[in-house]
Design a protein around this ligand. Structure first.
Ligand code: FAD
Length: 311
């Protein structure tokens, strides 16, 4: 884990910092760099632009850790609305959605898993009607087993539903083995949360080694790997493993976040690879923005400067 990541993620929990940052306009450069807008229209418009550039998209309606059933229902409604809009605009073949279970009820006391599963089903149904799919984002390690259980359940009716595994967790290589089967879409990322040593590798080198071991399992397997990273080394290793395992382009894909290494996204797409851009949108951009800032120390100066100039 980087030296700066932990303090930034801790600072992000302070209510004062949250209040100050959340009242920044979405049009502030630091926000628009990572989030194209707050409305369905802004999300669909950004999708159209990326698709025109030869990319594919996964849309994430921002919001997490909801402990309010009404807010969870509003998030489901937002997904249904955006999926309908993608279908109507003819974009559903090139754009899917990513969903955090904690945004649709998983964190509700007692009934969380049941509510999250029902809500996820509603979104999967809307996705299927529009002609596309859903991927379940992965959150902190306390939710991994529960999220994988919801995934197994959902896949009975919606086998096309994608999973996410995080290479920084010690358990992930084994989870990759369980999920590297025919028809299984698995996004492999490094992991974005602040996790304890008991469950997660702490040094970048160990996370990277784990990422490569997981890549080998997924690319050698029969599923559809979704290689989510901006790391040039991981991308080069993935390309050479794909060729070693005789993987044709289109039997796996690369994924990157909106606004990060856009020129690399276009380079890979121009080379014939499938590249999916993760596009977060909505008003609840705070947690997402703080995780992105924590990943890149250079962002911190820029961020602090924009806070100071706001005061
Ligand atoms: P790093 O080693 O962090 O970065 C490699 C290089 O990428 C850096 O040197 C820099 O050049 C560039 N870079 C990385 N981050 C930034 C940044 N913020 N700003 C500018 N440049 C940057 N995590 C989860 O825990 N759960 C999920 O469900 C999840 N879904 C994801 C979906 C997608 C499509 C992607 C791309 C990531 C997802 N993540 C998720 C986040 C992921 O776990 C990492 O936190 C994030 O991708 C940074 O890791 P990296 O692989 O890019 O490598």
């Amino acid at each position: 884990m980087s030296l700066l990541r932990q303090p930034i993620l801790l600072l992000a929990r302070s209510s004062g910092v949250k209040k100050l940052v959340s009242t920044m306009p979405v049009t502030s450069g630091i926000v628009t760099g990572y989030v194209p807008g707050e409305s369905t229209a802004a999300a669909v418009e950004a999708t159209g632009r990326l698709v025109d550039d030869g990319l594919t998209v996964t849309l994430d309606f921002l919001g997490e850790d909801t402990v309010d059933a009404e807010q969870a229902a509003a998030t489901v409604a937002a997904y249904v609305e955006v999926l309908k809009a993608l279908g109507e605009r003819g974009l559903a073949r090139r754009a899917e959605v990513s969903v955090k279970l904690s945004a649709i009820g998983q964190a509700l006391p007692d009934v969380g898993d049941k509510v999250a599963l029902e809500n996820a089903r509603t979104i999967c149904r809307a996705a299927r009607n529009a002609g596309t799919t859903v991927t379940l984002d992965m959150e902190d390690h306390t939710t991994t087993d529960r999220t994988l259980a919801v995934l197994r359940n959902l896949r009975k009716d919606f086998p096309e539903t994608g999973a996410v595994l995080q290479a920084y967790l010690r358990r992930t290589e084994s989870d990759c083995r369980s999920l590297a089967h025919e028809g299984s879409r698995v996004r492999l990322c490094k992991g974005a949360y602040n996790e304890p040593e008991s469950v997660a590798f702490q040094d970048k080198i160990d996370v990277d080694k784990s990422y490569v071991r997981c890549l080998k399992v997924l690319l050698a397997g029969a599923g559809y790997p979704m290689i989510a990273t901006h790391d040039p080394r991981m991308i080069a290793i993935a390309a050479s493993l794909a060729s070693r395992f005789g993987r044709a382009t289109g039997t796996y894909e690369y994924q990157m976040l909106y606004g990060i290494r856009p020129e690399e996204q276009r380079r890979l797409a121009a080379a014939g690879e499938t590249v999916r851009v993760y596009v977060p949108y909505g008003q609840e951009w705070y947690g997402y923005l703080m995780r992105r800032l924590a990943e890149r120390p250079q962002n911190l100066t820029f961020f602090l400067r924009s806070l100071i100039s706001k005061k």
